[in-house]
Design a protein around this ligand. Structure first.
Ligand SMILES: [Zn+2]
Length: 79
């Protein structure tokens, strides 16, 4: 088996732990990251192990995307 970097096999789908989310977050009624319910989160951030999609607000979706693009860089404060 070829040797891969630790983050080399990440996929587009991030799996959330249902135990870490509220019911509203699991149902897609609240942002999976910041719990905001309004405006209703519409950006799929990932999925639960059972395949249900988990949603986030635009702001958190942007953070997640930026974090993805800069994986390994600790500069979360840059904007
Ligand atoms: Zn959010």
């Amino acid at each position: 088996m070829p040797r891969l970097g630790a983050a080399a096999d990440t996929t587009d789908i991030y799996t959330f732990e249902p135990e870490l989310l509220s019911t509203a977050q699991c149902m897609g009624d609240a942002c999976a990251i910041c719990h905001v319910r309004w405006p209703r989160p519409r950006h799929a951030l990932g999925a639960l192990p059972d395949g249900s999609e988990v949603y986030g607000c635009a702001e958190c979706a942007g953070i997640a995307a930026a974090h993805d693009a800069h994986a390994g860089e600790p500069e979360l404060a840059a904007r």
